[in-house]
Design a protein around this ligand. Sequence first.
Ligand SMILES: Cc1cc2nc3c(=O)[nH]c(=O)nc-3n(C[C@H](O)[C@H](O)[C@H](O)COP(=O)(O)OP(=O)(O)OC[C@H]3O[C@@H](n4cnc5c(N)ncnc54)[C@H](O)[C@@H]3O)c2cc1C
Length: 503
Amino acid sequence: MLYQNSKSSENSNVRIGIIGGGVGGATIALRLSEQGVNVILLEKETSLINGPPMCHLHAGGNLYREISDQQCIDLLKQSISTARLYRDAIDYRPTIVAVPLHDNGHPSDVIARLTTLQQEYAKLVEADPLNQVLGPAEKYFTLYERQDIERLAQLVAPKQPETCDEWMISFAKSADLNQLKFPLILVQEFGINVFRLAAIASLTLEKSESCSLLTNTQVTSVIQNKTSNKWTIEAKCQEEKQTFEVDYLINACGFQTGTIDNMIGLLPKRMVEFKAAYVSYWPSEKNNWPEIIFYGERGTKNGMTQLTPYPNGYFQIHAMTPEVTLFEDGLVSSELESAQPQLDKKYLAKVNNQWDPQVVKTRTAKAIDKVTGFIPSFGNATLGGPPMFGAQQIPGADATLRVANVSFEYDNYARCEIVKASSALPAANTIIKNLVEHGMLFNNSTSDSNTSGSNASDTHTSQTSVSITYSLTELEISQRAEQLALERNFPKDLAGRTNPNFI
Ligand SMILES: Cc1cc2nc3c(=O)[nH]c(=O)nc-3n(C[C@H](O)[C@H](O)[C@H](O)COP(=O)(O)OP(=O)(O)OC[C@H]3O[C@@H](n4cnc5c(N)ncnc54)[C@H](O)[C@@H]3O)c2cc1C
C-alpha cells in the first residue's frame, strides 16, 4: 500500500534532495514526505541506516557525567519525541548506572541532575500525556543501597522482568558488589534497535508517494545555479551517471558531510571519531537484562564500560578505553583547507568492513574482560558476531558535544550534523521551520499537531502526527529487521527487543 499524503498539495511544488540515508537523512525524508514535499533521498550503500551503530536512546544523557544539565535536558526531550516517532524501534528496558570503587566520582554527583530530569519529564507529561514513553515520571529513577541489592539477590530472576526491582535481580545475583560504590541507580533510559529503526524508516519511505528512495547511489558533485538557486546533483548509480535538479539541498552525509561542503567551497570546523562496540554471546544467561553502565574516565584503562543486552544471550559491549572502543588517533579534526577531517587509512578500511579477524577477536576478548571485572560469570562469554562500528561526526571543536542539529550556511542548503540518533527528528523540524520561513513550505505541522512540549516552536519536542510509522505491522518490521541484520552478517537475534511487551 502506498502512503498517500493527506496534508498539503501546495508543498508538492518543491523538490528537495537529501544526500545520505543514515538516521539523519532518513528521518528528514520521512518528515518532509509526510508534509507532501517531493523528496529524493540518495544513499550510496545498499540500505538505509547502515552507518555507525546505535543502541542507547540517551533519554537524559546519563551516560555522560561531563556534559551540561542543559544537554541532558535536550537529550531527554529529543529522546521522547524520537520514541514517539519510532515507537517500535525502542527497547523498553531500563539502565543501571554504577560507579566503580576505583573511580574518583560518587553516585551523589549525578543525583541532583536526575532529580532535575525527573521534574522536566513530569512537565512534559503534564503538557501532553502521550509523552509518557519512559514510564511514570515519579519512577524515572530509583536508588538501590547495598542492603537492597543483597535482598534482591535472594530472589528468583524472572525471564521477563516487569518492575524496577525485578530488573535488578539478575544483576544483584551476578555483580561483584565489592567493586561498586552505592547507591546504584536504575534509570528509565531505554535502548533503540538499529535494525528495527532501519526497517521502519525503509518500509515507511518505500510506501511514501512523495519520496524517491535511491540506494546504491553515490553523489559525486553538487552545483548551484546562481540565478535560480536550484541545485544540480550528479550521482553514480551502478557505474551509470545520473543527474537530478532540486530546489533545496540537504547534506546528511554523516562523517562524510565535509566532502559535500568541499564541493560547495564551505569550510566549517568539525571532528570525526572512529569507534567500535563488540558483540558477545553469554549462553548461560537466558534472562532479560537491563543495560548496565560502569562509569569511568574516558581514554584511560578504566574508561566507562557499557553492557547492552539483546535477546537470547547476546550482549554488545562498549568500553571507552584505547584497547576496546577507542582507537589511537581515531579522533581527527578538519584542517584549514578542507571541511572533511581525514581519518587514517586503517580506520577508513575498517569503516568499509575490512577488519583483521585477529583484531576483532582480541578487542572482543578485552571487552569481555572489562565486563568480567564487574560481573565475574560473564567470563564465560565468547565472540558473538562482527563488531558494530563507525565514524561519527561532531560539528565544531568541542569533542564532548552530544546535542547537535542543523546549520544553514548557504542559500537553499541545510547541513544536518547530529551526534546522537535522537537529534534526527529535531533536525528535521529545524529544516521544516527554515523552509517555512523561506516561503518554500506551507502548512507546517511542527506547530499545529500534537506538540509534545509546552512550547510549540521548540524543535526538540515538536511532534509529527506519526501516522505513517504507526501504519506498519509488527510482522513487516521484524521480518525486515531480521533480513537487514543477516545481510550485515549479524545474528538475527540482534534485530529483536529484550522487552517487546512493555508500555
Ligand atoms: C560505536 C558507536 C556507537 C554509537 N552508539 C550510539 C547510541 O547508542 N545512540 C545514539 O544515539 N548514537 C550512537 N552513535 C552515534 C550514531 O551512530 C550517529 O550519531 C548516527 O548514526 C549519525 O547518523 P547520520 O545520519 O548523521 O550519519 P550516518 O549514519 O553516517 O549516515 C550518513 C549516510 O550518508 C551516506 N553518504 C555519505 N556520503 C555520500 C554520498 N556522497 N552520496 C550518497 N550517500 C552518502 C553514507 O553512506 C551514510 O549512510 C554511535 C556511534 C558509534 C560510532
